[in-house]
Ligand binder design. Structure first.
Ligand code: DGL
Length: 267
């Protein structure tokens, strides 16, 4: 069988990326880990994020993953080197920051963009620094409650709606030309965010951009599934069973997943 692509996040957020990958690369098989035992990642220290990333990478190594997608901005911003070191130089590791920065640099150079993310992402300063290098200004706000609210309640909307209201109602994004949702959970609340904004903003489609970056890397390295191979078969694991993950995953992937709880093992 064609080797799988490892993909992880703290919870359901990375499934927004997984969905884009399945649409873009239907013949690839995914091995998804939702590290629900440690959700939310956004409030964790850099050391903890590195430890979680190392533990999950070990699973990907054991499963023979041919590529990895760090489908989490908090981990991409703080623990990318850990994943790369664990996987080894022969395994391409795609993060969710650089492809989005490249895209924004291409279309918004000389402009100012708004960005929301977890504390871990915003405090790392990685987007601000990379975008400044590309001559893109940033207005940034940490929105720490949003990922947990979405993980818990995006499907009925009431909790995430209240949180979106608290973070966007003051219209601080005014004057920017695009909005980067720098947390993979946030696309699930995108409609609510757009509704809240007085000025329409171009919301950057991170999952699709990341799927393109993976497709390009696989093609470049000759690692893509052959054209005549069957559709990919996916494996979904969580480190702690949560009803919200199970429900959310079904909603996002629009199918029943054979979800396995595997527990957490340290690296
Ligand atoms: N979805 C993740 C991110 O992109 C993590 C959110 C969280 O667990 O705080 O940052």
């Amino acid at each position: 069988m064609n080797a799988p692509i490892g993909i992880f996040d703290s919870g359901i957020g990375g499934l927004t990326v997984a969905k884009a990958l399945v649409e873009r690369l239907p013949r690839e098989s995914l091995y998804y880990v939702g590290d629900t035992a440690h959700m939310p990642y956004g409030d964790k220290s850099v050391d903890s994020l590195k430890e979680y990333a190392a533990g999950i990478s070990k699973r990907f190594v054991d499963a023979g993953c041919k590529a990895v997608v760090v489908a989490c901005n908090s981990a991409s911003s703080n623990a990318l080197d850990t994943v790369k070191a664990a996987m080894g130089a022969h395994v391409p590791v795609i993060d969710v920051v650089q492809p989005v920065v490249n895209w924004v640099a291409q279309y918004h150079s000389g402009k100012q963009v708004a960005l929301v993310g977890t504390r871990a992402t915003v405090d790392s300063g990685i987007y601000q620094a990379k975008l400044a290098e590309a001559n893109v200004g940033t207005k940034v706000r940490a929105t720490p409650l949003l990922a947990s609210a979405i993980e818990e309640g995006f499907h009925n909307g009431t909790i995430s709606e209240a949180v979106v209201n608290a973070y966007f109602a003051d219209q601080w994004t005014a004057g920017t030309t695009a909005l980067i949702l720098a947390c993979t959970h946030y696309p699930l609340a995108m409609d609510k965010i757009i509704e809240m904004l007085n000025e329409p903003l171009n919301v950057v489609d991170g999952p699709a951009i990341v799927a393109d970056a993976l497709a390009e890397a696989l093609a470049h390295l000759g690692l893509g599934a052959p054209e005549d191979s069957p559709l990919g078969r996916h494996r979904f694991e969580v480190t702690d069973w949560t009803g919200s993950f199970a429900q959310g995953a079904k909603h996002i992937m629009q199918s029943d997943l054979n979800l396995q709880e595997v527990g957490w093992t340290s690296p």
